[in-house]
Design a protein. Sequence first.
Length: 76
Amino acid sequence: DTTAVSESDPTAKALNYKPLASSVDPAKSPTYKAGQMCANCQLYQGTAGSSMGPCAIFGGKQVSAKGWCTAYVKKA
Ligand code: SF4
């Protein structure tokens, strides 16, 4: 499935997911650090260079490579 995760998705809301990491509100997501995005998150399963890809947390949907949520884990 290539359905994009919507910000109104319950899991997205719970994790403050944003399709654009640059629009993350630091007041709501104090763990966010500039430069973090799905593309460099451990849980991101997209192909390098693609604009979207699957995430282990959002089963069956795709997150934006430039997105972010509070479950972010820096890729080792
Ligand atoms: Fe993006 Fe990682 Fe959150 Fe998945 S867990 S939405 S890849 S920041």
